[in-house]
Design a protein around this ligand. Structure first.
Ligand code: F6R
Length: 642
């Protein structure tokens, strides 16, 4: 059995877990451990045998190993590697192959002898696969066994490509990929339909034989599966739970991936905590939802039975705590997201003055505004504020080619109808050229500049229609078309200076009292996060010079995917059934994103359904906590500048 955790705070954890502030420091630590193994073996004149993984997770480990090679003389001459897996079928020179990945991310930059590199072969004929798998196992044994095995974790809980249902003693074999795994890979392949259905993977049993196993996970997207893998029961449903049976395993996490472990998420259950106001609010909301009681009905016994006895002794009785938290939640609710004029605003989320505010909603893609905060957007316009919207990127990546064909046909027909024959002929030429390109287009092939422009125009028209439905005058609708968005299609490391300058200019023009922005921080390279960073930097710089910034509040909405947890919400804007309907109509204006957007992510629901589910869930939770029962609620958190 794995080492038992004797410390109180980690008593829910069934494997050793180390948490680092971020993935850079964690990756450096892992790289150093690998370097130590390589050096120790070198001194003894032996080979180091490394089990390697692909995917986003180990990239920084490989970067650090390359740095150690280039700057500190770490040699890979005595290294033999075995990769965990490869898609099947897969040509080694394909962009998505794990051979290409490993060469690009590690092998091409170090002095490893390529004859010592082993990656499962995706080109085998079906009747050769079993023999290959057996030989792969034998080759690992003949090399002396794996000194260390690196693992990532899939959201299905897979390690390697050992999907749910895998046996603990499984060896290297061919497997069928889970649907969620294929969806997660769909971006790299330009659509799920292009992701192979099978893979060759080392088995759980193969991984177990390694002398040291390190499972790494970064970002919030992994938090849920990490909680199950670390604290859940061992089950073939989550193959990573098998690692609880190993004596040689360590989970290395960043804070975001560890955030749902009990010691971080519900620390009062794990240890004696210091009760801060934020923690009290979180715990009370959790308790009420957990035992399904409105806050005002929680008793001392309820608190005592759920790790909160000390809280009741220190600040109780329950009645006092209940009233305090109930009032705090009550004060987040407002039908006046721009502030209610001429009333006492001391207990309201927004200022009463100025009664008429300059407001700007920043929307990373052209539909995030209406999807995420459409109801609030409508209220702000209805309540007479001077509301602007800024579409930060053109969103052209998410438009289908057949929409381009449709619009070109329309443009050509229109030109013909009005007798603009030269223009019609020009459009016809573009039409023929682009159709020929589309006919042989490979997944993920970057569009011509013209097609990118047409796709951007399609989304522009939809965004204008949406914003007009909300009630904005045309002059308040701004298309930033930030340059980083297209630039990133060609290069990884791009500068954002012109994006920041452009954003500063717009802010100076509007001089907003309220800025609304998408606060999605989970995906550090995602468009939402980049857009937020640009906006934040623009505001930060302006705060040093421009007087109006002193009276400017920044409100965050959570983007298209998730909602803020109840205890974090600082402004809850209730929507009536009619407002929900108007919001739906605004979302419908984004026709190119309806039915089946190019990148639907891992949620098959249409955007308007997702938006309505999310806001009615928040409303239902307020109701369960004993507050008023609304049709829907949109939630916001205020960003405070320090
Ligand atoms: C990769 C592998 C997979 C990944 C896992 C996580 O060789 O076997 O188990 O480690 O799918 O992928 P990322 O790191 O891309 O989130």
């Amino acid at each position: 059995m794995a080492r038992l955790n004797l410390l109180e705070e980690t008593r829910f954890e069934k494997v050793p877990v180390s948490v680092y502030p971020d993935q850079n420091s964690a990756s450096k630590n892992v790289a150093n451990r690998i370097a130590e193994i390589i050096r120790a073996k070198q001194e003894k004149g032996e080979k180091a045998v490394l089990g390697l993984a692909t995917g986003a997770t180990p990239v920084k480990v490989y970067q650090e190993l390359i740095r150690l090679h280039k700057e500190e003389g770490l040699s890979f001459k005595n290294v033999i590697t075995f990769n965990l897996d490869e898609y099947y079928p897969m040509q080694p020179d394909a962009d998505q192959s794990y051979v290409t990945f490993m060469n690009k991310n590690l092998f091409d930059h170090v002095d490893i002898d390529k004859a010592n590199v082993n990656i499962p072969d995706g080109t085998l004929a079906p009747d050769q696969v079993n023999a290959f798998c057996e030989a792969y196992e034998q080759k690992i044994t003949a090399a002396g066994g794996l000194d260390i095995q690196l693992l990532g974790i899939g959201r299905t809980g897979h390690i390697g490509f050992n999907e749910p249902g895998s046996a603990p003693n499984s060896g290297t074999r061919i497997v069928t990929l889970d649907d969620l795994t294929r969806r997660d890979a769909s971006r790299a392949f330009g659509g799920k339909e292009n992701v192979p259905r099978k893979a060759i993977t080392m088995g759980v049993g193969t991984i177990f034989k390694a002398r040291e196993i390190i499972l790494m996970a970064w970002t919030e997207t992994k938090a849920e599966i990490i909680k199950k893998a670390v604290e859940g029961e061992i089950s073939s449903e989550i193959p990573a739970t098998y690692l609880q049976l190993s004596d040689n395993v360590e989970f290395i996490l960043d804070e975001a991936a560890a955030s749902l472990l009990t010691r971080f998420d519900l620390p009062w259950l794990a240890e004696d905590v210091t009760w801060t106001p934020t923690l009290i609010k979180k715990a009370v909301v959790w308790l009420a939802l957990e035992i399904n009681k409105p806050i005002l009905k929680l008793t001392d016994e309820d608190y005592n039975a759920h790790g909160m006895a000390k809280l009741v002794t220190e600040t109780g009785p329950a009645y006092n705590i209940n009233i305090r938290i109930f009032n705090e939640l009550q004060h987040t609710i407002t039908g006046w997201p721009g502030g209610k004029p001429n009333v006492d605003d001391s207990q309201r989320p927004e200022r009463a003055n100025p009664a008429k505010k300059n407001v700007i909603v920043f929307s990373p893609h052209p539909d995030d505004d209406v999807i995420s905060m459409g109801g609030t957007f409508i209220r702000l316009a209805d309540q007479g504020h001077n509301v602007h919207v800024a579409y930060q990127t053109c969103g052209n990546t998410a438009v289908w080619d057949d929409d381009v064909v449709r619009y070109l046909e329309f443009a050509e027909d229109l030109a013909n109808q009005i007798g603009a024959n030269t223009e019609a002929a020009q459009i016809n030429q573009i039409y023929d050229e682009e159709r020929a390109i589309f006919a042989t287009k490979k997944p993920n092939q970057i569009d011509t500049e013209l097609v990118r422009k047409i796709k951007a125009l399609i989304r522009k028209g939809e965004a204008i229609a949406g914003a007009r439905l909300v009630g904005l005058p045309d002059e308040n609708i701004h298309f930033q078309d930030l340059p980083f968005y297209d630039r990133q299609k060609f290069a990884k490391d791009v500068s954002f200076e012109d994006d920041i300058q452009q954003t500063m200019e717009l802010l100076r023009q509007v001089k907003p009292h309220q800025v609304f922005a998408a606060g999605d921080f989970a995906d550090p390279h995602g468009t939402h996060k980049v857009c937020f960073d640009i906006l934040f930097e623009a505001l930060r710089r302006l705060s040093k010079t421009d007087e109006w910034t002193k009276d400017c509040w920044l409100w965050l909405y959570r983007g298209a995917w998730h909602e803020y947890p109840i205890h974090e919400i600082e402004m809850a804007v209730p929507l009536s059934p009619q407002e929900v309907y108007r919001k739906r109509l605004a979302i419908f204006k984004h026709q190119s994103q309806k039915d089946l957007p190019v990148f639907p992510g891992d949620d098959p629901r249409e955007f308007w359904v997702r938006a309505e589910d999310r806001t009615s869930d928040t409303a239902a939770m307020y109701d369960r906590l004993g507050l008023a029962n609304y049709e829907a609620i949109e939630a916001f958190v205020r960003w405070k500048f320090d």
